[in-house]
Write a protein that binds this ligand. Structure first.
Ligand SMILES: NC(=O)c1ccc[n+]([C@@H]2O[C@H](COP(=O)([O-])OP(=O)(O)OC[C@H]3O[C@@H](n4cnc5c(N)ncnc54)[C@H](OP(=O)(O)O)[C@@H]3O)[C@@H](O)[C@H]2O)c1
Length: 394
């Protein structure tokens, strides 16, 4: 039985946190044997005081050990997909609950807010900072005092140093476990970026580093100067672009792969159909500007969601669990970071660890998936132009 099946999900929807506690208590997830983490026990109405997660699968990114699922914390800093930014207390609670349920990998970025997500993560993890991995990202041109953005990239060495110092303050820590370049800056040789990161490592401010949405040659050049721990790219049932080059490259070089938007911006969680329309109010829902989710494209693309729903039902799990489990079986070094601001979604997602299909079943699912052509770009063109970029040669 998966810790959080569709029936439980319905129950939770209808009766809130009390039902959540009951559901969690009766699930494998909360089969608690001994006292462990107590970070959120008091404040959230969910009794985690006595919880040791029943299972806590681990994976390695490069040489960095993390849990098989992380927590994406972008939504704490800004409204992205029609979900209002949570109150501070809720963001702190969800982060601490994630830890209570075994998650040790938290993903943020200076750009989320900007700064607000980092601040909240930093505060939330204080009681257990030494037991977890914090990943954050630099690379956009953001004024560290005012938060003002130019919309451009900035990976100039002096800027990276300034950003990292500011990040350490926001995260209330003395080191960043995994520091990514958010997007490759075509104007700065990646060797220079790797060199600065190397210096920051020597100073103990950064422990590991990675790239997000990089060009393939840039990965090789960066890795040659300072070995990369992880690449963070979009990867989900709708967008499997990494399979062409980045996934095999990660395998070849021993780099981990962290899929962002593993639920395709929530679209794979089961609530989107061909009639779904996303708010066009400024700053409300990025999907309103994404070609893939426009009405005409969605009419065809919804076949992926239907396929997912069918398979999830067959294997007694939720669509989100199935979508995350599918990513996990692609390679042992793949670690999705679903983003959520809700306890019930966190618990739902953690159930992915228990979805088990045999190799033939996964192969059959892939055949059916690949028979569906996905229409429309995965991001607005203006955003997509920052992906797959090669840094200038030295
Ligand atoms: N490197 C990059 O360029 C980049 C880009 C984007 C994101 N990221 C990172 O990747 C993380 C995840 O990506 P993402 O947030 O874009 O997309 P995602 O994880 O695919 O989807 C997040 C959305 O799904 C909803 N959701 C999550 N679990 C759910 C469930 N079980 N049932 C129903 N809805 C569910 C969330 O809403 P609720 O809050 O209501 O649960 C949220 O709106 C981010 O938090 C961020 O850390 C990195």
């Amino acid at each position: 039985m998966h810790p959080y099946n569709p029936d439980r999900r319905q129950l939770l929807k209808s009766s809130g946190i009390a039902a959540l506690a009951a559901a969690a208590a009766s699930s494998g997830l909360a089969a608690c044997a001994q006292t462990a983490n107590k970070s959120s026990a008091v404040s959230d109405g969910l009794n985690t005081d006595h919880c040791t997660p029943a299972r806590n699968p681990r994976r390695t990114l490069g040489k960095l050990e993390v849990t098989a699922l992380g927590l994406g914390c972008q939504g704490f800093g800004q409204n992205m997909y029609g979900v209002p930014q949570p109150a501070k207390a809720d963001a702190l609670r969800v982060t601490r609950q994630a830890y209570d349920y075994g998650v040790t990998f938290f993903d943020t970025a200076e750009a989320y807010g900007p700064f607000e997500s980092e601040r909240l993560v930093g505060e939330a993890v204080q009681p257990f900072r030494n037991n977890i991995v914090i990943a954050t990202k630099f690379g956009w041109d953001i004024d560290q005092t005012t938060g003002q953005r130019t919309g451009k990239l900035n990976s100039r060495p002096e800027h990276i140093r300034r950003v990292v110092d500011a990040m350490l303050g926001r995260l209330k820590t003395d080191r960043i476990d995994l520091l990514y370049q958010h997007r490759v800056d075509p104007e700065v040789p990646i060797e220079d970026v790797a060199g600065v990161v190397q210096d920051l490592m020597k100073q103990g401010k950064v422990l590991n580093w990675g790239l997000s949405e990089p060009g393939v040659q840039t990965v090789r050049r960066a890795h040659a100067v300072q070995p990369l721990t992880a690449i963070q790219n979009e990867y989900n049932l709708f967008h499997r672009g990494v399979e062409k080059d980045i996934l095999p490259l990660c395998q070849e070089l021993g780099i981990g792969l962290v899929p962002w938007s593993p639920l395709a911006m929530g679209t794979l969680a089961g609530y989107v159909d061909e009639n779904s329309r996303f708010s066009t109010e400024p700053g409300m829902d990025l999907r309103a500007a994404i070609p893939r989710y426009q009405p005409a494209a969605l009419r065809g693309n919804v076949r992926v969601i239907r396929l997912l729903q069918t398979w999830a039902k067959r294997h007694t799990c939720t669509p989100a669990q199935f979508a995350l489990a599918w990513l996990q079986v692609q390679a042992p070094f793949v670690v999705p970071i679903p983003g959520t601001t809700k306890t019930r979604h966190l618990l739902d997602n953690l159930g992915a660890d228990d979805v088990k299909l045999n190799a033939n079943e996964w192969a059959q699912f892939r055949r059916e998936l690949e028979a569906i052509p996905v229409q429309g770009l995965r991001l607005p063109e203006a955003v997509l132009k920052f992906s797959g970029v090669e840094a200038k040669r030295k």
